[in-house]
Design a protein around this ligand. Structure first.
Ligand SMILES: *Cc1c(COP(=O)(O)O)cnc(C)c1O
Length: 383
């Protein structure tokens, strides 16, 4: 039987039926009163989601487009920036910065380990001439399942005066990212992650301090010129043709999120992360990230006596469940379970059960059949 594909990858994530149905409507004109009303509504909800009074702008772009916009609008060629790199996405932002001629210093940690806030503090403290213009951090490093300590790093950046820019693509809508409270200047995210939407929309939240920097920033920008988006958004409009059907879906998805409530959403992700991790441990499958730095959206697993890709392909073939593989040098070494967005406790049990059955079929003998499900059930029922 097919046609029951279950996505357990960190994007695209599953989409709820009310969102799918909303997007099945005919498009409307984007210069209409109806669209103005829609944009006003989603903009207010996006501010709620980001816990901010600042601007949240919507782009027709993937998460990378949103992040690139966040980087290039507030900086100039030759600016010194610190980029946290402990995985694929951190490395990508360093590449974007280099592409635009910024002076990049990579603050690295081994893949699978969190960035060390003390290293940022040391560099910021030493910079008495204030040559560092921005610090770029990937909050949840999806390639390794590590959650970086954005809150602590952000405080130190604030004290220094540089801009703090965060990739919150797999943390927003999964764990607390209070933009104003943490003093974040740029927060980027994408629709196919915590938003419960298909790919296609990028979101950039921008602080007043970042807008001040915008006035003197000189990197080239046109489609991704966020000033154009702000000017239009202030009039409940968009500078270019927006993907109107995705906006229909966005409105419904944000409504669903508001009904569930931020605290409940975060608690659900936390519980499902803990259940997934407990199951892996019960199955003697080593976790790639330590408990203290575990992402709420994704669990990376580094099996020893079985091949990660064999597990992944058997789970897909037998059960039509898609798990993610490793990227770059982690290819074949890890597999990753996404538990982000529209994921119920039942989905976690289904995925763990399928994983156990696949392990059994592969002759894996490092655990009793059912050990993973028992461990996950215990966590899920304890709340
Ligand atoms: C998915 C993701 C992105 C965005 O990737 P796109 O393919 O451009 O949408 C950025 N950062 C992280 C951490 C991600 O997980």
């Amino acid at each position: 039987m097919d046609n029951k594909l279950m996505l357990m990858i960190p994007g695209p994530t599953p989409v709820p039926e009310p969102v799918l149905l909303a997007m099945a409507k005919h498009p409307i004109g984007h210069r209409s009163k109806d669209f103005e009303g829609l944009l006003a509504d989603v903009t207010a909800q996006l501010k709620w989601l980001h816990q901010t009074q600042s601007d949240v702008l919507v782009l027709a772009a993937s998460g990378t487009g949103a992040m690139e916009a966040g980087i290039i609008n507030f900086l100039s060629a030759g600016d010194r920036v610190l980029v946290g790199v402990n995985g694929k996405f951190g490395d990508r932002w360093a590449q974007v910065c280099e592409t635009y001629g910024l002076k990049v210093e990579r603050v690295t940690a081994e893949w699978g380990k969190p960035l060390d806030p003390a290293e940022f503090r040391r560099l910021l403290d030493a910079d008495t001439d204030k040559t560092i213009k921005a610090v770029v951090i990937t909050h949840s490093e999806t390639s390794t399942g590590v959650l970086n300590d954005l809150e602590t790093i952000s405080k130190d950046v604030k004290a220094h005066g540089a801009l703090i820019m965060a990739d919150a693509v797999t943390s927003l809508g999964a764990t607390n990212v209070p933009m104003d409270e943490w003093g974040l200047d740029v927060v980027a995210s994408g629709s196919q992650k915590g938003y419960m939407l298909p790919p296609g929309l990028g979101f950039v939240a921008v602080s007043q301090k970042a807008w001040d920097a915008y006035k003197t920033a000189t990197l080239p920008r046109f489609y991704l010129d966020l000033g154009k988006y702000k000017k239009a958004t202030d009039k409940n409009s968009t500078p270019f043709t927006p993907p109107v059907t995705l906006f229909f879906g966005l409105q419904v998805a944000l409504d669903m999120m508001q009904k569930e409530g931020l605290e409940s959403i975060f608690a659900r992700h936390h519980r499902q992360k803990n259940a997934t991790r407990a199951a892996m441990q019960a199955m003697s499958l080593p976790l790639f990230a330590a408990d203290a730095a575990a992402s709420p959206a994704i669990t990376a697993v580094a099996p020893v006596s079985v091949d990660a890709e064999k597990i992944r392909s058997l789970v897909k073939k037998r059960f039509d469940i898609l798990l993610a593989g490793g990227q770059d040098h982690l290819k074949g070494k890890i597999f990753r379970v996404g538990h982000l967005g529209f994921v119920s406790d039942r989905d976690i049990l289904t995925a763990i059960g399928a994983l156990e059955a696949a392990l059994l079929e592969l002759g894996y003998d490092q655990c009793q059949p059912g050990a993973g499900l028992a461990a996950a059930s215990q966590v899920l029922t304890q709340g």
